[in-house]
Write a protein that binds this ligand. Structure first.
Ligand SMILES: Cc1cc2nc3c(=O)[nH]c(=O)nc-3n(C[C@H](O)[C@H](O)[C@H](O)COP(=O)(O)O)c2cc1C
Length: 327
């Protein structure tokens, strides 16, 4: 477990350092010939509030080193959780990293990238030798920040943030049966699903719709008409076995009808269309409330984890959704 300096294995040392989670930044500047230069760096850190100062370090073998050593100014961009591709682009040596990127800055200044979580405009204050890196310390001359959730980097990979505080997030005592069941992922998913759908049960019952009706009808808003077999195979992914009775009952309620163009295939009636749009509007409001209470950062983390749980348990994706994802 323990290593001394003499026996350091570089890979192992790097792995140990990777236990320290960071954000991800791109630092940019401009060469004397006007060429924009930038690299991905997670060595960024705050240094001082008064005067405002930050630091980061650049490998001595980086192609951009001479440019940064000569530069009077540089910009640090804290990347948002949607800028992973940009991070990878600026981490590859030799690419035309700025090709096609819209910038906020004028030609003579260090490039300012768009859509980041925060940006700091800096003036070089000090440069220090730091082993195989040069440490740049800058005075912050301007900054801006947005509510965009930040991208993180930990244990050698990108990550999303989720706050750990809060009553529900706290771990119940480990030695009780209650603690065991309250932490079961299946239980938590089931309960979250039930509670989230609670917000649309009232409008559903006003429209005379069961949970199954809701799945079938919202599916038909994506693509219609569909044969009963197609509907069954798509709805199957939500765990619901519709059978012919549910479809017959939707027809009897005047919400579905046979398509005049494609016999045996079903489509929404005008009344069905109005009903499902009403419920979908309520579903959108529920979604907005959840995002509001979680915040964008945790909503993005939750989506990521749910998608991971889905693909970990069944990587299959119904063709309907594949077609829409490719469109
Ligand atoms: C998440 C991440 C963080 C990085 N942090 C640093 C860093 O702090 N300092 C550094 O010199 N290189 C860092 N790198 C590697 C550089 O981005 C990479 O070597 C880049 O190609 C250097 O560009 P250049 O050779 O064109 O100057 C990081 C790469 C990644 C993916």
């Amino acid at each position: 477990m323990q290593s001394t300096a003499a026996t350091f294995d570089p890979k192992d040392f790097r792995r140990a350092l990777g236990m320290f989670g960071t954000g991800v930044t791109i630092v940019t500047t401009r060469a004397d010939n006007g060429e924009p230069v930038g690299i991905t760096a997670n060595s960024f850190n705050s240094v001082s509030l008064e005067p405002p100062m930050v630091l980061w370090s650049l490998a001595k073998n980086a192609r951009s080193l001479p440019v940064f050593q000569n530069a009077q100014t540089w910009n640090v961009h804290i990347l948002s959780n949607e800028q992973e591709a940009l991070s990878n682009r600026f981490a590859r040596a030799g690419e035309d990293k700025f090709s096609g990127l819209p910038l906020d800055s004028q030609d003579s200044h260090a490039p300012l990238l768009q859509d980041c979580s925060a940006r700091f405009q800096c003036k070089t204050a000090f440069q220090y030798d730091g082993g195989d890196h040069i440490i740049f310390v800058g005075k912050v001359t301007g900054y801006d920040a947005t509510p965009r959730p930040p991208l993180l980097y930990v244990t050698g990979g990108y990550a999303l943030a989720s706050r750990k505080s809060g009553e529900i997030a706290s771990e119940p005592a480990a030695d009780t049966n209650r603690a065991y069941s309250e932490n079961l992922i299946g239980y938590l998913l089931g309960r979250a699903h039930f509670q989230v759908l609670n917000g649309i049960r009232k409008p559903m019952s006003e429209q005379g719709m069961t949970d199954t009706d809701f799945y079938v009808m919202s599916l038909l808003t994506v693509q219609q008409p569909q044969t009963p077999e197609q509907i069954a195979s798509h709805v199957d992914y939500t765990g619901i076995d519709i059978g012919s009775i549910a479809l017959q009952s939707l027809i009897a309620k005047g919400l579905l009808e046979e398509s005049p163009q494609q016999p045996k295939a079903l489509q929404l009636t005008q009344q069905g269309n109005e009903s499902i749009l009403h419920v979908l509007a309520a579903a959108k409001a529920v979604e907005a409330d959840i995002i509001d209470s979680l915040g964008e950062m945790e909503a993005a983390t939750l989506r990521n984890l749910l998608k991971k749980a889905i693909s970990a348990t069944d990587p299959g994706l119904p063709k309907l959704w594949q077609a829409r994802a490719a469109a």
